[in-house]
Ligand binder design. Structure first.
Ligand SMILES: [Mg+2]
Length: 219
């Protein structure tokens, strides 16, 4: 379901199948384990849907969250081999090559001690790639696959052969950056977006994220 509309479509792609298989396996296990009690009481379908939602929801919660990248304590990166940075609304203003001076200074500090790479889902990244690499001095990894696709992780590992546990992802979107990191066992650091979204699909995605998190806080 890769279209030219924006990031949200990817959430509905390959990951959905993977989650469904996982949910089904857990559901079958629980159903069999509790079968003397559950038969006729809990319908397998409801159990399966509930687990599916739980797995998805668990994936959008970061290890830590911060107001912006400059608040991230650098000691968190100790022992990690690769730091992945989202671009839009994490380091740069959305769909631009504009960066705040304090953010740039912070990135320079990180870059001295750690191997870093930028990964973006933006469709304008090809156009901005060279400028961004020049500003940051960090390469931008371009791939036909987008976050949170597992195929992106496989592609990334060809250049950066580290296990997910040795990576950190820093990003502003739960459905793409955080889900991608959690799926691949990375440390996930969520930052608040620098500015309002400019793309319609991302505006919608942001609203869905906020509503979901707000609802979960009620429990
Ligand atoms: Mg972003």
């Amino acid at each position: 379901m890769v279209n030219s509309q924006g990031e949200f479509a990817f959430v509905l792609d390959g990951f959905t199948m993977e989650i469904k298989t996982k949910a089904k396996n857990i559901c079958n296990y629980l159903y069999e384990a509790g079968s003397p009690y559950n038969k006729g009481k809990v319908h397998r379908q409801y159990l399966y849907k509930g687990i599916y939602i739980l797995i998805f929801v668990a994936g959008i919660f970061p290890t830590r969250d911060f107001k912006d990248v400059t608040r991230i304590d650098l000691s968190l990166f100790m022992g990690k081999e690769l730091i992945l940075f989202d671009i839009d609304n994490t380091l740069f203003y959305p769909e631009s090559t504009k960066i705040r001076k304090d953010i740039l200074a912070w990135v320079q500090k990180v870059k001295k001690k750690h191997r870093c790479v930028c990964v973006s889902n933006s469709f304008s990244i090809q156009k901005r790639k060279d400028a961004i690499e020049k500003i940051l001095g960090i390469s931008v990894f371009v791939s036909p696959y987008k976050k949170p696709s597992r195929k992106l992780f496989t592609a990334l590992q060809k250049t950066y052969p580290y296990p997910g546990e040795k990576m950190v992802i820093v990003g502003d979107m739960r459905f793409t950056d955080i889900l991608f990191g959690n799926k691949n066992k990375m440390m996930t650091l969520l930052v608040s977006p620098l500015a309002p979204e400019v793309l319609f699909t991302l505006k919608v995605s942001r609203i869905v994220e906020n509503v979901l998190v707000w609802m979960l806080r009620l429990f």
